[in-house]
Design a protein around this ligand. Structure first.
Ligand SMILES: [Zn+2]
Length: 66
């Protein structure tokens, strides 16, 4: 993870910091908002990227059909 790049909170636009969280069976690193406490973990980020990729694929398929 690039330490020089800090994502902004999606809820309040505040600064987020990398923090360690504890899941059911494992520990993981995620992002926590300093202002409102919003937590973004790697699973959430991965799901968003998958959804985004799926939308791009659908768009490409739609263009091919035309
Ligand atoms: Zn926030």
């Amino acid at each position: 993870m690039d330490k020089s790049h800090f994502p902004k909170c999606l809820r309040c636009g505040g600064a987020m910091v990398c923090d360690k969280f504890y899941g059911h069976h494992e520990q993981f690193w995620g992002w926590k908002c300093l202002i409102c406490g919003e937590i973004v973990d790697p699973v959430i980020l991965e799901n968003r990227q998958l959804m985004r990729a799926g939308q791009e694929i659908n768009v490409q398929r739609a263009r091919v059909r035309r």
